[in-house]
Design a protein around this ligand. Sequence first.
Ligand code: F3S
Length: 392
Amino acid sequence: MYLTREEEKIYDGEMGWTYQVSMRILVKLGELYGADNLIPIESAHISGVSYKTIGDAAIDFLESIASSGVRVSVKATMNPAALDYENAVFKSLSSNIIEKQKRIINLYERMGIESSLTCTPYYIKAPMRGAHLSWAESSAVVYANSIIGAWTNREGGPSALASALIGKTPNYGLHKPENRRATVLVKVEAQLKNESDYGVLGIYLGKILKDKIPLIYGLPSNEERFLKQMGAAMATSGMVSMFHVEGKEMNRAGGMEIISVEDKDLRETRESLTASHKKPDLIFIGCPHCSLSELRQIAEILKGKKVRGDVKLWVCTSRFIRNKASDHVRVIESSGGQVICDTCAVVTWLRDLNVKTLMTNSAKTAYYAPSMNGVEVIFSPIAECIDAACRK
Ligand code: F3S
């Protein structure tokens, strides 16, 4: 792999141990995947922020990086943490969790990473179309490539952090135009009526496609909130990092495999996401974190209704969006719901918060929560989730 003189100096340790290790991670990755060189990035998005997902060993590692005094070279943002420090809901978590999570956020902040604490950094500042990024968080990666038209591989926490410090990424995979073409044509003949149907389609396709790029046609709507759910789900059950939809880039390779999806194909997937018929303790909307228009939609459905006393309603978003949506937040919270920032139901300790059965409109959460949170799941569209929260 070709390195400039300056990159070589970093590689050889002239800028210190931490930059050297970061450069070595990037070069190793580049060699593994056949990159010729490193390219500058516009931004990095760092996963591995929740104490629940990274644990104690990672804190020691972050401590050693932060104490070496290094700073990021480009704009860098953080994925959600394990709790919202401004919401009393999380007060019952142990002081060990509360203190360790704060330490992790502080360590990243010392490196110059913004404590955005969201999986939807693109709602705070969308990257430029065609910009190269180094983003971890699979749902944000698929969104950036497919909906925004930015270019990023699906990074892990360490490689995104290394890129943030160096300001570059190895030039392979989705950073090359020839790898961004669709290789599978997906013909959707199934009825899709709401965001949860798009999520079911995403889970179904992710399993079949693995890491292939599909060109999807026949979708009844290309609304952003539907594509967001579909992409997040595809990246959950598979390694899909990019999709095309008809009407957008028709960048495709010849002789493509064709997959048809009918109602009967999605039935089993939907059933597999709803494993429980119990009454939910928690209704969770906001995976991936809600946009301003999703908060508006939730507030409109909730207007004049009251959440029952025996169930919690969480609407998760970034603090940035919450601050912009004070009217919608007022409606949601005066109905008895909670607009929660900086975390989500998956990356916190639900069982410690007395949640045993979770209801959600997110296929990604429904897929992960039984194994990651030890809860039973009911999977339904947003309107049914809110109806269940308010039903007498
Ligand atoms: Fe975001 Fe949590 Fe879902 S981090 S994508 S809301 S699992």
